[in-house]
Design a protein around this ligand. Structure first.
Ligand code: PLP
Ligand code: COI
Length: 358
């Protein structure tokens, strides 16, 4: 379908916008427009629009409200030094969105339509891309089941949308290093489950574990595998890396239970391009503790679109707690952060062809 554009007649003024995006925090400042595409089994993809951002009207029997047939994505548009703008690897988000759709028994949106929806929205709301270091326009494509029916089956109708939010650092105060809580109580995903799909249900089930982390004074929860409760998987909304004294890196493998992060994939490539060894291997929590205590483990960091690259300084559990390295940001972490961010923000060459200029 062709996108139509209906400009928002009540768009905020330039002065008001400047105030809103100056220090936006994360996920509370939204732009003037949104992208909408509908799908039905009978018509396929139709009614593609860029329109004023506004509340939705939904029938209370819409199936997403009952059975959580929902998927989403997250990516950012960055302001370039010359005033232009670019997206980072949107093709990878388009591919993962299709993968998530398949897992949730939803229609697979053509990758070109997914990318066009984002490009058209950013074109309309380009002025909302913040300039400051660490700030960007966070794009949130998502799709919900909209059939009015209480039977449990894949919906025949779907609503796809993209909203945009001016964002700064995900962690308050741009945390220098965060602390993790190894939950002894909860799991995120098991074999055959939805762990490698980006669906809202994964996050709904993670909230109680995140609350447990907060109650124990930690910033984020880290999940272990469901079966042995031993192997490190990922955080509530980020992947994880370990850096050892010999300069090598390790990150848990993509076994179907963790989200295949695009930041994770990019950092593996950047580290290897720097000549560093990166192993995608299982890592046990017992080993993590032993390596931290012996000093073999030097650094640890979390990564994701929202979190970018965030140092991890401490791990806590119900009956243990230890510091990683010096408890603050490590050197390898800092280098990889800078290498990634300089490509994303267009201040360094992009040898991998990851940037998509708008
Ligand atoms: N793992 C989870 C559970 C996430 O929610 C995210 C964030 O999107 C990631 C990992 C990192 O993925 P990406 O780097 O593609 O943003
Ligand atoms: C992202 O990084 O895009 C996510 O979806 C993670 C969430 C913590 C905001």
């Amino acid at each position: 379908p062709q996108f139509t554009f209906e400009p928002n007649a009540n768009a905020v003024s330039a002065a008001e916008r400047a105030g809103l995006i100056a220090d936006p925090g994360f996920g509370r400042v939204f732009t003037d427009h949104m992208a909408v595409v509908r799908y039905s089994d009978a018509k396929g993809w139709y009614d593609a629009r860029i329109t004023a951002r506004a509340p939705l009207q939904m029938d209370p029997a819409s199936s997403v409200l009952h059975y959580a047939q929902e998927i989403f994505e997250g990516l950012k548009a960055y302001r370039l030094p010359d005033g232009g703008a670019q997206l980072f690897r949107p093709e990878a988000n388009a591919r993962r969105f299709r993968h998530s759709a398949r897992r949730l028994a939803m229609p697979e949106m053509p990758e070109s339509l997914f990318i066009e929806s984002i490009e058209r929205l950013v074109e309309a709301d380009r002025a909302w891309i913040p300039q400051a270091d660490g700030a960007a326009l966070y794009l949130r494509p998502f799709m919900i089941a909209s059939e009015v029916f209480l039977g449990v089956k894949p919906s025949s109708d779907y609503l796809y949308m993209v909203i945009a939010s001016a964002v700064g650092a995900y962690f308050k105060g741009g945390a220098k290093a965060i602390s993790l809580w190894a939950t002894p109580t909860y799991s995120r995903a098991g074999p055959g489950g939805t762990g490698d799909a980006k669906c809202g249900g994964n996050y709904a089930s993670s909230l109680i574990a995140q609350a447990e982390a907060t109650r124990n004074g930690c910033d984020q929860v880290v999940f272990l595998d469901t079966k042995e409760h031993r192997w490190v998987e990922e955080l509530g909304g980020m992947n994880i890396f370990f850096v050892f004294e010999d300069g090598s890196l390790l990150t848990p493998p993509l076994g179907g239970t963790i989200l295949p992060g695009i930041t994770r994939d990019s950092l593996v490539a950047l580290a290897r391009a720097e000549g560093l060894t990166v192993r995608e291997e299982l890592y046990g929590i017992d080993q993590w503790r032993a390596d931290a205590e012996s000093g073999r483990l030097r650094e640890c960091f979390a990564c994701g679109t929202a979190a970018v690259v965030t140092p991890i300084g401490q791990l806590k559990g119900p009956d243990f707690g230890f510091v990683i390295g010096n408890g603050g940001p490590g050197m390898v972490t800092g280098k990889l952060h800078d290498a990634l961010v300089s490509i994303q923000r267009g201040t360094a060459p992009d040898p991998h062809g990851w940037s998509r200029r708008l």
